[in-house]
Write a new protein. Structure first.
Length: 438
């Protein structure tokens, strides 16, 4: 397994969405199940579906090898029922003795790894602990694809991502890392309307970006053009001060945010309504506030549950920051038992897209396109959670595709970054390496 971990580290494989956790660190001892998160739980996204549709054999073979190398018992690919229908799978599929597909409901947030492990494997990860505590390691579909490349000595130089929203169609594209977002839109003939914002990531957990300055990184999952009047944009542009004032003046104590919270339903000690009430009263209740550590920031509380337009999850970010600032750390649980009512309180995806105001953008069909590299790529030095690596090139150097330009720090949560084009290093800073393509 050590050889595989080194291959993955050298190739610069990180989680292909979210925080970008370096994948080689995840491969620990005592893995029983390698679980592939291919649920694509956020609305509008089609990247994982594309890989499942066009690269299924490659993914299945890579998973089988991974299971064998790490000494696991099985490899499981978790997909939504809707995705299974589009792939023509009527029932869960057993590919081999080691590899199988299993289905989850068309609900949000099925892609939360804690929830996916429960729904697909029937295992409860104790609050505050990692999936490996129950013998599971989770990677998403594109990460598995990159692991397959790493096994062949190929570095992570390109990204698959979805372009959707207020566009003529939905696209899944393959693009060089470091490509300007503006170039992506220009290549696809897309103009961002003045009454729209661009999201990197999904409508629920994505962030608003400036398309004129942002670039594609290893963790860019999608680029969505969404109208500003929709709920998903209005919630993201709401000031924290407004959230605080609403919590003090508007909370009616209905506890819907708690009753609908996916992590609370998993049995975690998080009660959003109590945290909101304590904040409103400016009370110092560390025991209640510590529940904020278990928030996954899925946004169900603010989008689906609260009738008073309060955003508990945004408040929790501040609570967690204050707790950590004062030296208060999360206390892991020894065991967790999901609540019986959980089965009846899951959020259907159809309800979510209607609530968010993005129903008209949801399409099963998409167009795949590989984009030519731009004249210049700007490759950020830090594209993963943990420590940034050390830049090992300087202005004027000639580089080739796949060459290491940022080397991982030794004995740290770090990984390599490679050139995504062949060309000349145009400039180097603490933040990025700019390369002029040949």
């Amino acid at each position: 397994m050590q050889t595989l971990k080194e291959q993955i580290k050298q190739a610069g494989v990180v989680g292909a969405g979210g925080a970008g956790f370096p994948t080689h660190i995840k491969l620990a001892e005592h893995i029983e199940t390698v679980l592939v998160n291919a649920t694509e739980c956020e609305p509008l996204l089609k990247t994982d579906f594309y890989l499942l549709k066009e690269e299924s054999s490659r993914l299945e073979n890579a998973l089988a090898k991974l299971v064998e190398i790490v000494g696991a018992k099985e490899g499981v690919i978790g997909i939504k029922n809707h995705t299974a229908e589009l792939l023509g799978m009527e029932t869960p599929k057993q590919v081999s003795n080691q590899v199988s597909y299993r289905f989850t409901g068309n609900v949000y947030p099925s892609g939360d790894e804690i929830i996916l492990i429960q729904d697909v494997l029937g295992k409860s990860v104790p609050g505050g602990q990692l999936p490996i505590s129950v013998g599971v390691v989770v990677v998403n579909a594109e990460t598995l694809f990159n692991i397959a490349n790493a096994m062949e000595g190929k570095a992570v130089t390109h990204k698959y991502l979805t372009v959707a929203g207020k566009t003529d169609r939905t696209y899944v594209i393959k693009v060089a890392i470091g490509t300007p977002v503006s170039y992506v839109f220009e290549s696809l003939g897309i103009t961002v309307p003045k009454d729209c914002s661009v999201l990197e990531g999904g409508p629920m957990m994505g962030s608003i970006i400036n398309p004129n300055t942002a670039v594609v990184t290893k963790t860019t999952k999608s680029l969505l053009i969404i109208e500003n009047h929709t709920l998903c944009i209005r919630l993201k542009t709401q000031k924290l001060s407004d959230s605080l004032s609403r919590s003090s003046g508007n909370c009616c104590g209905c506890r819907m945010c708690t009753d609908m919270c996916p992590r609370h339903l998993m049995g975690y000690p998080i009660e959003p309504h109590k945290i909101v009430q304590r904040l409103s009263a400016k009370a110092n209740d560390t025991k209640v506030f510590m529940g904020a550590f278990f928030c996954s920031n899925c946004g169900v509380c603010q989008t689906i549950a609260c009738p008073q337009n309060i955003s508990p999850n945004r408040l929790f970010q501040r609570v967690k920051a204050e707790l950590l600032k004062n030296g208060v750390k999360n206390v892991p649980m020894e065991q967790t038992t999901p609540k019986l009512e959980r089965a009846y309180r899951k959020v259907p995806t159809k309800r979510l897209v209607n609530r968010l105001g993005v129903r008209k953008y949801e399409r099963d069909e998409f167009v795949y396109q590989e984009l030519m590299p731009p004249e210049r790529v700007t490759i950020p030095v830090k594209q993963h959670i943990g420590a940034p690596g050390d830049v090992v090139v300087q202005a004027g150097d000639k580089v080739t595709v796949g060459q290491v330009i940022v080397k991982a720090k030794e004995n740290a949560l770090s990984t390599n970054i490679h050139s995504s084009v062949s060309g000349i290093v145009y400039g180097v800073s603490e933040a990025a390496v700019i390369i002029a393509a040949e």
